[in-house]
Design a protein around this ligand. Structure first.
Ligand SMILES: [Zn+2]
Length: 418
């Protein structure tokens, strides 16, 4: 494997939120290739570059972030995630929109802009309520399909220049949304300045991000990979929005991605009062220690202990001649396998339910990804559940494997055999 860095990567030297330069290493994970860089058989000879995966803590605003930035075109060019395909996401968006419209009186026919609109699922609900809608998404095929299905979607990354185009062609937006894109943005200040420009004086900007508190408390360290540059909590966002001339007026914890944070923002002189939820969240974060470097150093030790326990278990099983298959090949499995030092010497093959991944090889380690039927043909002794957040559902689905003597290994939050 080649650990030299090609030009599709750079390392920034200032905090993405406050611009400060006092950055301390908080958690050093093992360098890995982009977490979704699955390869075809014909590409196995090609070396996949590894990029550093180090989290830094800003001593000034307390924001936790990656400083190593991999070129987004490398990360998102083959983006296939389509939000409308998951019923739980469709339901989530419906409740989300009802909540926003219920709290903030937005005039009918107003413009709603969704940044990172994917297949337009969220905007279709806004459209049904009589709003005028516009989607922005960098994935070409998905943007094209959304437009064809009636949700006008511009195929682009969002920027202040694009905000100017939107204002010229569509006017100001009363609602701007951005879900699960805020963690992907390197130039955060440019991004929110663009939002501010196109946001109506009485408008609200609402976004959802994975919540650092959940990453910490639920041991979701494997959601740390190069696509996710920022690990958000409320306190750093307050000062950041203020810097951008905006103001956080409400925060709420929601369920997607193992635990998310929904943040509502307005212009600094906007019409709404700041809710108590904002202050309560900051107090809670301080209680847990999200504003202290030592919290993340302790987190690293906790992850190290899991790693040692898992390696010891897998080595013992391999010495006994057992066959072990991984179950699930989500992006986060790349972080987990690299950081825990797992490879083809531990895992014979990986099972994934998605036909898009079957027949491919895992990023960097090149472990084959097979369809679930392979469990019958190959009869592994153990299934190591890499998609461990879905462990109950996977064990339920594979109950016949268990009935015939197979065992499950759940790696996180604590290594256990079932
Ligand atoms: Zn900072």
């Amino acid at each position: 494997m080649n650990s030299a860095l090609p030009k599709l990567h750079y390392k920034r030297d200032s905090c993405r939120l406050c611009g400060g330069g006092t950055l301390k290493m908080a958690l050093s994970l093992t360098p890995s290739p982009p977490a979704n860089a699955f390869v075809k058989e014909s590409e196995l000879e090609k070396e996949q570059p590894l990029y550093p995966l180090d989290l830094y803590f800003c001593e000034e605003c307390k924001h936790l972030q990656l400083l190593d930035v991999v070129d987004p075109s490398l990360l998102f060019e083959n983006y296939v995630y389509v939000s409308g395909t998951s019923q739980s996401f469709v339901d989530h968006f419906k409740r989300y929109i009802d909540s926003v419209i219920g709290k903030y009186p937005i005039p009918e026919n107003s413009l709603v802009v969704d940044i990172g609109s994917n297949d337009g699922t969220m905007l279709s609900f806004f459209k049904n309520y009589g709003f005028s809608v516009l989607g922005i998404d960098p994935a070409r095929d998905i943007a094209h399909k959304a437009t064809q299905s009636g949700i006008e979607t511009w195929n682009s990354f969002f920027s202040p220049d694009l905000a100017q185009d939107i204002i010229r062609q569509k006017g100001l937006a009363h609602i701007v949304t951005a879900n699960n894109v805020f963690a992907h943005v390197d130039d955060m200040l440019g991004f929110v300045q663009g939002v501010k420009q196109m946001l109506h004086a009485d408008g609200v900007f609402v976004f959802e991000v994975s919540y650092l508190l959940d990453v910490l408390q639920k041991t979701l360290f494997d959601t740390i990979y190069h696509e996710h540059l920022a690990y958000h909590s409320v306190k750093p966002l307050l000062s950041f929005m203020q810097l951008a001339g905006l103001m956080v007026i409400d925060v709420e914890r929601t369920t997607p991605h193992g635990g998310s944070l929904r943040v509502t923002v307005q212009h600094r002189a906007g019409p709404y009062k700041q809710e108590q939820s904002v202050i309560d969240a900051v107090i809670n974060e301080e209680k847990v220690g999200l504003d202290k470097l030592t919290t993340f150093l302790a987190y690293g030790s906790q992850i190290q202990a899991i790693k040692e326990r898992l390696q010891e278990l897998l080595q013992t099983l391999k010495q006994q001649g057992k066959r072990i298959a991984g179950y699930g090949a989500p992006a986060k499995a790349t972080t987990l396998m690299y950081h825990f030092g797992l490879g083809s010497e531990h895992i014979d093959f990986i099972i994934d339910d998605s036909p898009l991944k079957q027949g491919l090889y895992s990023p960097g380690l090149h472990i084959p990804v097979l369809q679930p039927e392979a469990i019958e043909h190959e009869s592994p002794d153990y299934l190591l559940i890499l998609a461990w957040n879905f462990a109950p559902q996977i064990m339920e689905k594979q109950h016949s494997f268990h009935k015939h003597g197979g065992r499950f290994i759940i790696p996180i939050p604590k290594v256990c055999i079932i």
